[in-house]
Design a binder for this molecule. Structure first.
Ligand SMILES: [Cu+2]
Length: 238
């Protein structure tokens, strides 16, 4: 009798333990971890552990599914490009550091008197139409087609003159070859016609958080309704 009772208790314990295990492993499969100090920006880990930089314990992140999806890079992703860039704060970055947000990108140069001021205004107008609660999921990136002249200092001044000083704006100076390679991906054509003058395409491109091109709008001051819809749709599906 005593043995039977012991056996029943044992069975109950084993069953409850194993069901408990299943629920934790299910939980784990959905959670991603991030360094609380963001040593590596928005980088996420699928396993619990310590940050390789500051050694602090990684913390579960609420944006897990979104971020986990965005850690995978397809062959079509611009995050495969290994070119180096400087942003307006003179920090060296690679494009893959922009991973995890929907990207709205345009190629401009700061001494342009004609098209680029209007393209920049188009970017601002798009930003203004993104609902506030989604703003932190979008990054607006202006890539200079004149890396020789557009230094980080010039880009910073351009950002200030054009009200692009909030965190969602990134301005990039690349190398001649990095810029040309990037333009080819966007199908943007540009040609230097005099020392401070370029002819260029007017294209605003939208990339999903995995760096894949999902939409382009061409022209100046065009109706941006479709672009906004595509940006919001991209944020929500990721
Ligand atoms: Cu221009």
């Amino acid at each position: 009798m005593k043995t039977l009772k012991y056996l029943i208790v044992l069975i109950i314990t084993v069953t409850s333990l194993s069901s408990c295990n299943t629920s934790t492993s299910k939980e784990n499969s959905k959670v991603a971890y991030q360094c609380p100090m963001k040593c590596e920006g928005d980088k996420v880990y699928l396993e619990q552990g310590a940050c390789p930089v500051c050694k602090m314990d990684l913390k579960p992140t609420s944006k897990m599914v979104k971020k986990v999806l965005s850690t995978m890079i397809s062959d079509e992703s611009i995050f495969n490009l290994t070119s180096k860039w400087n942003n307006q704060d003179n920090k060296e970055i690679e494009l893959k550091e922009l991973k995890g947000k929907t990207l709205v990108m345009v190629m401009i140069y700061t001494t342009c008197k004609a098209a680029c001021p209007r393209l920049t205004a188009d970017m601002r107008n798009i930003n203004a139409k993104i609902p506030n609660e989604l703003k932190e999921d979008v990054q607006f990136v202006l890539v200079s087609i004149d890396p020789e002249n557009d230094t980080p200092e010039k880009l910073k001044a351009f950002a200030e003159e054009n009200f692009l000083t909030e965190d969602q704006w990134t301005l990039l100076q690349g190398t001649e070859s990095g810029v040309r390679e990037f333009a080819n991906v966007l199908a943007v054509k540009y040609k230097q016609i005099s020392p401070l003058d370029f002819s260029h395409s007017n294209i605003i491109s939208v990339f999903n958080p995995g760096g894949e091109l999902v939409h382009q709008q061409e022209g100046l001051g065009v109706d941006n309704k479709e672009t906004i819809t595509k940006i919001i749709e991209t944020i929500k599906t990721y």
